[in-house]
Design a protein around this ligand. Structure first.
Ligand code: B12
Length: 300
């Protein structure tokens, strides 16, 4: 059954099952188990799904069927994306307007307009605010839209590179305190997602800590000489793709077994898959959490 409510089309579970190819019983069990896709209910208890609900179901099915991701992992990812959207609406509609404008311009390769809009953001907000509350949600949405077939790979690459080019100059323009210990920042082996790592490196450098930024897919065996020669005291690692977790863990255990007095911090969406003993190095959350973490580090 399909009904209209406050201008929105709503679909009954039978129709949704037909449209998505997901059996009704599975739809009910996903709702009960993960609580991420929540249709509204009629007074009689019948479920009514919005168009967005249906898109989300198709997205979850695609993750499971084509990418071999478990339903649990796909639901976690979807939840993160939804929370980012809610957060940007709560923290001020002003961010949301910029997010949409910039994303629209970049999707259409309108570089001049996007540049102007980004410049406006830098004039209105602190640069870390721009990166965390505007650039990061844009990139997360790009991922979601790419997954849904709404953005091409070319658009995804273009947008990511365009935004990265606006972040790097800040990193180079900041000066570190020579009296403070040094950090090294790297992505796990085979890991190409490096924007989160760049933001964390920028965070440290802004607070006086010099960061040797190694970036994407760094083979861990090459790091030991660098760490010793430069008196590095903190190793920052970013993991998005789960695959390299075990290599990262071996690297950390090796360094610790050599008696090195080094601290580690690991972030990125894949860090949730770290084993229990390694979870103590994981730093979750955003800027505010990072500030708390830094305050708790007397060495830094
Ligand atoms: C741009 C992008 C790419 C670019 C990356 C370019 C680059 N230079 O980084 C390219 C095109 C290379 C790419 C490739 C792939 N990608 Co990609 N990509 C993205 C996208 C759209 C944006 C990533 C990004 O920059 N986000 C913005 C940053 C700021 O956010 P973040 O990474 O979450 O970081 C935050 C925190 O996690 C944290 N953090 C991150 N690192 C660290 C480190 C430390 C120390 C700390 C403290 C914190 C921290 O701080 C940040 C601020 O909050 C995401 C979508 C998404 N949801 O992120 C998909 C996404 C990550 N990619 C995905 C996939 C599947 C792929 C590919 C497998 C695609 C393919 N079939 O080839 C490959 C894998 C490549 C590889 N081996 O790494 C999936 C991952 C799904 C999963 N893990 O299960 C995503 C989520 C897209 C999706 N919706 O499905 N990708």
């Amino acid at each position: 059954m399909t009904v209209q409510k406050r201008g929105f089309l709503l679909f009954g579970i039978k129709k949704v099952s037909e449209l998505t190819g997901v059996p009704e019983v599975t739809l009910r069990s996903w709702e009960r188990r993960y609580k991420v896709i929540n249709p509204s209910r009629s007074q009689g208890g019948a479920r009514y799904y919005t168009k967005e609900n249906i898109e989300d179901i198709i997205w979850i099915k695609k993750q499971k069927d084509e990418r071999g991701i478990t339903v649990r992992q796909a639901m976690d990812l979807l939840k993160e994306i939804k929370e980012m959207k809610v957060e940007s609406t709560i923290t001020g509609s002003s961010y949301e307007e910029h997010i949409e404008e910039i994303l629209n311009f970049l999707t259409e390769y309108q570089t001049e307009q996007a540049t102007k809009q980004i410049n406006l953001c830098f004039s209105m907000f602190d640069f870390e605010e721009v990166f965390h509350h505007i650039f990061t949600p844009i990139l997360h949405r790009v991922g979601y839209q790419w997954e849904n077939g709404k953005l091409s790979v070319a658009q995804e690459h273009f947008i990511c590179n365009f935004l990265q080019r606006r972040i790097f100059p800040f990193f180079h323009d900041l000066y570190a305190d020579p009296m403070k210990p040094k950090a090294v920042a790297l992505c796990a082996p085979e890991e190409l997602h490096n924007v989160g790592l760049l933001l964390f490196s920028l965070f440290l450098k802004r607070r006086g800590i010099d960061v040797l930024f190694l970036g994407q897919s760094t083979p861990t065996e090459s790091l030991l000489p660098l760490i010793h020669l430069n008196n590095v005291q903190l190793v920052c690692i970013s993991i998005t793709m789960e695959e390299s977790i075990s290599q990262v863990e071996t690297f950390i255990s090796d360094l610790l077994s050599k008696g090195t007095n080094i601290d580690f911090v690991i972030g990125g969406a894949g860090a949730k898959f770290l084993s229990e003993p390694m979870q103590k190095y994981r730093l979750k959350g955003d800027l505010e959490n990072w500030k708390k973490w830094l305050n708790s580090r007397s060495k830094l």
